[in-house]
Design a protein around this ligand. Structure first.
Ligand code: PA5
Length: 412
């Protein structure tokens, strides 16, 4: 496995990981039965139809031949997975279209900036919305479509749009059928934040040249590895729950490589939206280190101890820099990645002196395959911890409340 979470990687006093071990394992077994609503994601990496994969790859090739910029419209679960995987793997690939994101905010300033991209580049659009009705993505789609009509005309624009939505219902489904867009489905049994291995996340990645077969293979291996879940995989859910019971209200995700920043954002959505219900849940926060040690380091070390830390510790990165002579004799000739690894150790040692509980998740490397494992690992953990907390990790009743208030203000 590429993800490791042995008991020896959990640094916390006074918590018992054995107490709920049996219950947590039976929760995984229950989830695998797929009997509950919105648990379609659990076995999905093994169930994803081969013809979907082929169709995504073929359409990705066609889209690549038409554009150098793919504007990916979506928000929340219909955006973060794509952006997080793309960023972790290192952004723009030579010879592949660059992904540009829209519809993940309602800033006129941000979206006005996209006009230049439509004017100056060959663009295609991938609009992702499971419901089809989310305000941010609807607005961005109509604005960008309008610019594309001006540039390409209506028919050509339609051939440059791929829509990913519910198989049967919603405004986007109706429009796609009417206008003849190429479409892919987000299965109705899979909710937004658990949709990492559906076309909503994977199709744009395929256009950007990311190997989605390897990504799903990672998830599949993670989902089927009973030994991993029995021996170590379950430790993370058990530790999170035990720390929450011991009075910790905040989980701070930390990573020492800025390319993991959006993985942190993805984790915040997954855990926050899954667990924050009925006055329960861990509040997920994230920090990029060592950058944020120079702003938040003081609070971590000496502030109110309401949190624990989860370190996403990437062990191997393909690129590195050797420190030159001018840096001085202690540092010269050393690898920057090795120095960064020392920072992980040093900061953990300092924080342990302050009795901060720390969970260290080791990730061997950042590849499509390991990211597939990692994202599936987090999804299963969110489901199991949520259930141990006694809430439904698959609904989001609170999200609807603010969406309705905004609609009221806009007179809709
Ligand atoms: O996880 C979720 O359900 C949400 O974050 C949704 O993904 C988000 O609100 C976007 O919804 P939709 O895909 O329907 O546009």
């Amino acid at each position: 496995m590429k993800v490791h979470i042995e008991k020896s990687q959990i640094f916390a006093d006074g918590i018992d990981l054995n107490e709920e071990y049996g219950k947590a394992l039976s929760l995984i077994a229950e989830l695998r039965k797929n009997e509950e609503d919105f648990t379609g994601w659990v076995n999905w990496p093994s169930e994803l139809p081969a013809e979907w994969m082929e169709a995504m790859e073929k359409t990705a090739e066609d889209i690549r031949s038409k554009c150098d910029r793919l504007i990916v419209i979506g928000i929340g679960g219909s955006y973060l997975g794509t952006a997080a995987v793309e960023e972790a793997l290192g952004g723009c690939r030579d010879g592949f279209p660059k992904l540009v994101y829209a519809g993940n905010n309602m800033s006129g300033y941000y979206h006005a900036g996209l006009k230049k991209i439509v004017d100056e580049h060959d663009v295609c659009v991938c609009v992702v919305s499971k419901s089809g009705g989310t305000m941010e993505s609807r607005l961005a789609f109509s604005i960008i479509k309008d610019w594309m009509y001006e540039k390409y005309g209506r028919e050509e624009t339609a051939s440059r749009i791929v829509a990913i939505t519910d198989p049967h219902k919603g405004i986007l489904r109706e429009e796609s059928d009417k206008e003849g867009y190429v479409t892919f489905e987000i299965p109705s049994t899979i909710g937004g934040r658990y949709s990492a291995f559906t076309p909503g996340i994977m199709f744009p990645l395929a256009v950007a040249g990311i190997d989605i077969r390897e990504f799903v293979r990672g998830a599949k291996d993670m989902s089927l590895n009973n030994g991993f879940w029995k021996e170590e995989g379950i430790n993370y859910a058990l530790a999170r729950h035990a720390l929450n019971n011991a009075g910790k209200d905040i989980e701070v995700f930390e990573y020492y490589d800025p390319s993991m920043r959006l993985i942190g954002e993805w984790c915040k959505q997954l855990f926050g939206e899954s667990e924050g219900k009925e006055g329960k849940g861990l509040f997920p926060a994230s920090l990029t280190l060592s950058t944020d040690l120079h702003s938040m380091g003081q609070f971590l070390q000496e502030g109110k101890q309401v949190f624990f830390e989860t370190v996403l510790n990437v062990l191997g990165r393909e690129c590195d820099v050797i420190v030159p002579e001018s840096a001085g004799p202690e540092l010269a000739g050393r690898s920057l990645n090795d120095i960064n690894a020392m920072a992980v150790k040093g900061v953990m040692a300092a924080h342990r002196k302050a009795d901060i509980p720390i969970i260290r998740i080791d990730i061997d490397e950042i590849t499509e395959y390991s990211l597939g494992q990692l994202l599936y690992f987090f999804m299963m953990t969110a489901a199991v911890t949520g259930k141990l907390m006694g809430i439904d990790p698959f609904n989001q009743p609170g999200v609807e409340d603010y969406k309705q208030e905004i609609r009221n203000l806009l007179g809709q």
